[in-house]
Design a binder for this molecule. Structure first.
Ligand SMILES: Cc1cc2nc3c(=O)[nH]c(=O)nc-3n(C[C@H](O)[C@H](O)[C@H](O)COP(=O)(O)OP(=O)(O)OC[C@H]3O[C@@H](n4cnc5c(N)ncnc54)[C@H](O)[C@@H]3O)c2cc1C
Length: 474
């Protein structure tokens, strides 16, 4: 179904629902649709299905609504540990927030986050941006010398040849589904450049592990998001308020602490089994779970081979964060910003300055990909010691000036299994076409099945697609 057909269906359906009322489609006590997962994708599917008069039940394993939207309300500066930036082009996210009476505000841009004040710590040496730009150790071409190396990656891999944002999943572009490392080598970039590009790469553990096509998708996504002028926004009070409001607005139940363990797809309906022994029957099911969590679910009949393989194999991003409460703004004594780019173990630091007045209440240490393993193996106490030692190497006056408030390692979360789909080379060609294909009465949603704008908007788009698939069958 095309986007236009989907939109028409939504319009026509709304008119029909206004004129008549739907009869229950299964049995009086059973919902028409069971939705697995109370993240944006599942909740958007549930919301739309209810708008068309269907009875919906949402099953959520956690005791928290929102999945990969996680606002750390108890950490000063209220950082987002999950999805943070809402672009003006996020039509579904913005519209749903408005419909639910939530306010969006321009994300406070701390003066501490200015690129020109970024501190570089490379090869064990601390440098200002100007000093890094002029440094003999800086291996980048002239135009990119003042840029954090991870941002230079997209520029050095070449401009995206994708004609539009959905073209990343078009077989015509599968020729680009190859390792970025090969492309960089072919472009004659030195090993030092490649090493620096690899640190803080958010799209694969290594560059050999990063698909050039996925990088083009990321580039095209940025272009698409920029087409609609407007500031980057967040939900007032935290992004997690959005899925919470979506869940609250549902008529049907959102059953918490209900971890799905089995899905039995029959000719006339679907039976879902939870770890607490409960069983849930419905005519249709929307599975809006991240793939790593689907690995623990028994599907009967089994998913088609390629889909089952994708569930097992698709790579998810790794991000470990340490949220540090600022007891003393140690960087001021050194005349620096806490905003850091480093090729050492702490990788990056983002000041959390909720009001945008330059007074960071907390700092987020953000470690990507392969760098996470060394941290995730440590106990909290050992991680804190290592963190303090590494931080004082960069900022000697930081000792005793921060406190570890929260640690989040997305790859260790049993209910997420990682940050987002990080297609490895060859995986877009092999799996992008199958992930959203229904398995009988079982429909699929989730960020990894989105086709256009990435992240939160992809999750919303996927929920809408799954809901319209079901509505199209009634
Ligand atoms: C660190 C980080 C930064 C990000 N930054 C941005 C950003 O700036 N902008 C942006 O647009 N996007 C960003 N994203 C991505 C965005 O947050 C996600 O794409 C989106 O929230 C995913 O929504 P979803 O509904 O597909 O999945 P999820 O939010 O993961 O929802 C799935 C739900 O299923 C539940 N669940 C799992 N297993 C089971 C089970 N067996 N039974 C029942 N329930 C289960 C989970 O608890 C969860 O609630 C970021 C993500 C992360 C992690």
């Amino acid at each position: 179904m095309t986007d236009l057909q989907r939109r028409n269906l939504l319009k026509t359906g709304a008119a029909i629902v206004g004129a008549t009322s739907f009869r229950p489609l299964w049995a009086a006590q059973d919902p028409d649709v069971v939705v697995l997962g109370a993240g944006l994708a599942g909740l958007n599917a549930a919301r739309l299905l209810e708008q068309f008069g269907l009875q919906v039940r949402v099953l959520e394993a956690s005791d928290r609504i929102g999945g990969r939207l996680l606002t750390l309300d108890d950490v000063p500066g209220r950082p987002e540990a999950g999805g943070s930036q809402i672009g003006a082009a996020y039509a579904r996210v913005v519209d749903t927030a408005r419909q639910l009476g939530l306010q969006l505000e321009t994300s406070a841009r701390s003066p501490l986050l200015k690129d020109e004040s970024m501190v570089y710590f490379i090869n064990g040496k601390r440098l200002t941006r100007d000093a890094w730009t002029r440094s003999a150790d800086n291996p980048f071409p002239e135009a990119l010398r003042g840029m954090p190396p991870d941002r230079a990656l997209a520029r050095l891999a070449g401009s995206s040849p994708l004609k539009n944002i959905a073209a990343w999943a078009d077989p015509i572009n599968f020729q680009f589904d190859v390792p970025v490392s090969g492309e960089l080598k072919a472009r004659g970039l030195s090993a030092t450049v490649v090493h620096l590009l690899e640190v803080n790469n958010g799209y694969g553990e290594t560059l050999a592990d990063t698909s050039l096509l996925n990088l083009y998708y990321v580039q095209t996504n940025i272009g698409e998001v920029m087409k609609i002028k407007g500031p980057v926004q967040n939900v007032v009070g935290g992004n997690q308020r959005l899925p919470q409001a979506m869940a609250k607005a549902l008529k049907g139940e959102v059953r918490m602490k209900s971890r799905v363990t089995a899905v039995n797809v029959g000719a006339k309906g679907v039976m879902v089994q939870c770890a607490d022994g409960s069983q849930h029957k419905a005519r249709f099911v929307v599975c809006a779970l991240p793939l790593p969590t689907m690995r623990n679910i028994h599907f009967l009949p089994g998913l088609p081979d390629r889909h089952a393989e994708a569930v097992q194999q698709l790579a998810y991003g790794q991000v470990t964060q340490f949220h540090l409460e600022v007891l003393k703004p140690f960087w001021e004594a050194e005349g620096l910003s806490p905003y850091l780019w480093s090729d050492g173990p702490i990788e990056r630091i983002f000041p959390q300055d909720e009001k945008g007045n330059g007074k960071a209440e907390s700092l987020t240490v953000w470690i990507n990909g392969a760098g996470t393993a060394g941290w995730d193996a440590l106990t909290d106490a050992d991680a804190q010691d290592r963190l303090m030692n590494e931080l004082t190497r960069v900022y000697p006056s930081s000792r005793g000036a921060v406190r570890l408030a929260r640690r989040v390692a997305w790859q260790q979360s049993a209910l997420a299994g990682g940050t987002w789909a990080n297609w490895r080379p060859g995986q877009i060609s092999r799996y992008a076409q199958v992930l959203g294909v229904p398995h009988g009465r079982l429909h699929f949603a989730g960020e990894h099945t989105g086709r256009a704008i990435r992240g939160m908007e992809a999750a919303m788009e996927s929920g809408e697609r799954a809901a319209t698939e079901i509505l199209g069958l009634l």
